[in-house]
Design a protein around this ligand. Structure first.
Ligand SMILES: [Zn+2]
Length: 303
């Protein structure tokens, strides 16, 4: 277990890269955990260093419905009787995991669904268990816990329910999956949106924080986050150029484009082929809307 103290009472327990994620732990009049994806044992080990235990956790806040971020929430609720809070889009999905699966594109007719469920069940403990959201937090809502105040900031695109959480003292933002990783922005579900992701990146760039906390970086605090966001955003354009190049070289459909994967170059897993396919579909739609390609006789051609 590694952790970083960002300020008095504000800590990150480092989960790191997918399928784990970084968890924020705020120790104030109440102990609050944002996204328990670091794993319950690491959370327990960290709390012990502060003479606290899991049953001292008062509230778990979820940034969005992705399994790597909600993993362990239901178990924490059982162990500590903590409340679970999420925004009004995430809440009904957390309360009904069939709705969550459909929201993520894994409806019953999707042949990849059993493999995805196996991946989630093996790597993201309890993420598909039924649970209950106790408190809904909307865009701009504040959550006060003594010396610290949190404020919710909707940042859709990655998924429609994605939100960042501003920590008003000491002026930081937990940006969840606007994570500034080398991989770049992830929009691998049917309801993800490249334009909304770009708007959300711009929204963070316009706000002046003292630092951005990534949901997945091993060194989670990024002080020069505006520069980092600019190169993060550029990965979208690079991918779009690669998709356009593939179409110019004769790939006329999404399956033909994914024969040479762009997002996951060493792709072997059918679940990741599904994510690749959804991401490429977003790029194809973007190229169509920008008038750079068109569909002729059910094949994409460059203009
Ligand atoms: Zn996510």
């Amino acid at each position: 277990m590694t952790h970083v103290e960002l300020a008095d009472g504000i800590h990150v327990v480092v989960g790191g890269s997918f399928p784990r994620c970084n968890s924020i732990v705020i120790i104030d009049e109440e102990v609050v955990v944002i996204d328990p994806g670091c794993g319950i044992e690491d959370l327990r080990a960290f709390l012990m260093t502060k003479n606290l235990a899991l049953n001292n956790i008062g509230t778990v806040i979820l940034s969005h419905i992705h399994p790597d971020h909600i993993t362990h929430a239901a178990r924490l609720n059982r162990l500590s009787r903590c409340r679970i809070a999420a925004n009004e889009i995430t809440a009904p999905l957390f309360n009904d995991k069939e709705k969550m699966k459909e929201f993520l594109g894994f409806h019953r007719a999707n042949p990849v669904r059993p493999l995805w469920e196996r991946l989630v069940n093996s790597k993201m403990f309890g993420a598909l268990e039924e649970g209950h959201i106790d408190e809904e937090l909307g865009d701009g809502d504040k959550f006060a816990l003594g010396k610290h105040t949190l404020r919710m900031l909707y940042t859709p695109g990655h998924l429609p329910d994605h939100m960042c959480i501003e920590i008003l003292e000491p002026n930081l933002v937990f940006a969840a999956d606007i994570d500034l990783t080398e991989f770049g922005p992830y929009y691998g579900h049917p309801n993800s949106s490249i334009p909304e992701f770009q708007d959300s990146i711009m929204r963070l760039q316009h706000n002046d924080y003292d630092g951005l906390i990534s949901g997945h970086l091993g060194s989670p605090l990024v002080k020069d986050y505006k520069t980092a966001l600019a190169s993060y955003q550029r990965k979208i354009e690079i991918r779009e150029d690669l998709v356009l190049a593939a179409i110019m070289n004769g790939a006329g459909s999404v399956p033909e484009i994914t024969l040479n994967p762009i997002i996951y170059p060493s792709l072997t897993d059918p679940v990741f082929l599904q994510f690749e396919t959804w991401m490429i579909e977003h790029h194809v739609n973007s190229l169509l809307s920008r008038g750079l390609i068109e569909e002729k006789k059910k094949r994409y051609v460059a203009l």
